[in-house]
Design a protein around this ligand. Sequence first.
Ligand SMILES: Nc1ncnc2c1ncn2[C@@H]1O[C@H](COP(=O)(O)OP(=O)(O)OP(=O)(O)O)[C@@H](O)[C@H]1O
Ligand SMILES: [Mg+2]
Length: 314
Amino acid sequence: MIEVRGLTKTFGSFKAVDDLTFTVQPGIVTGFLGPNGAGKSTTMRMILGLDKPTAGSALVEGVPYAQLDKPLTTVGALLDAKWVHPNRSARAHLQWMAASNGIPKSRVEEVLRLVGLSEVAGKKAGGFSLGMSQRLGLAGALLGDPKVLLFDEPVNGLDPEGIVWIRKFMQRLASEGRTVLVSSHLLSEMALTAERLVVIGRGRLIADTTVADFVAKSSESTVRVRSPQLDALRSALTSAGLTVREDGGADGTAALLVIDTTTDQVGTLAGENGIVLHELASKQGSLEDAFMKITGEDVQYHAEGVQEIMGGAL
Ligand SMILES: Nc1ncnc2c1ncn2[C@@H]1O[C@H](COP(=O)(O)OP(=O)(O)OP(=O)(O)O)[C@@H](O)[C@H]1O
Ligand SMILES: [Mg+2]
């Protein structure tokens, strides 16, 4: 388990991480999501004792990282896959890590097998592709057979095959009862990998929930409606206080999009006003829409919406 309480980090007058509180449970993959610069890496570095918090605390299995007896056997991390000695072989790199952490040499072959690097273990790590480097990083994280694992943007730059491999690997680690926290700025990727999400923006907590709940709560439910009495329908909807947008269909048929409502509400209003409907459909927003809306990542492109977006989310 990872417990983050009031965690804060300031660089000069800039708050990179602002009073974050959340818990990461074992047995599932938890996605740590936020746009670029949100504070994900800084938070992970504090959990791993690499950065000192300005305020608050982070506990790994109930203990601050600095007080862990044999850290690698409790928590493993993949922060920067290219952090290896370029002239060392993958095996030598892991053997050096094992030796300096009191981990038996036999475990090196085990983790090489787990990540599928046994056959290239004698090659220099400096010549590895990004995918192979990521696997080597994972092997290092698993060396101490830790209960807690942190991965910072592990699929960045990987090809589709590599992404699927990492995704399945993380889910397997979680199914073994481990605590798995994986950061990403891609909601669509996290939706396929994680069960729960901790979402941050500008260093602050935005959501701590399941993927399904995050999408349901944060995306607007729009209803698309067509009618031969479009004008009457539009005024009935706006009179009821609903927001209505025009939506010309691909076939040229005019339709209305009604924001933040249900098909029940629109259907009832039409019925009460004696309006014929030719189509009534609900459209759930996409994951990416939900993420954009709630983190305000699109702020720079929609300047007028800034206050609304950030005010609503934070
Ligand atoms: N050592 C540092 N000194 C000053 N500012 C820093 C330092 N480290 C991070 N920051 C700033 O803190 C903010 C959060 O950075 P961080 O790397 O934690 O974000 P992130 O969520 O990991 O982003 P990304 O998705 O780009 O990896 C950024 O604005 C960054 O510029
Ligand atoms: Mg980062």
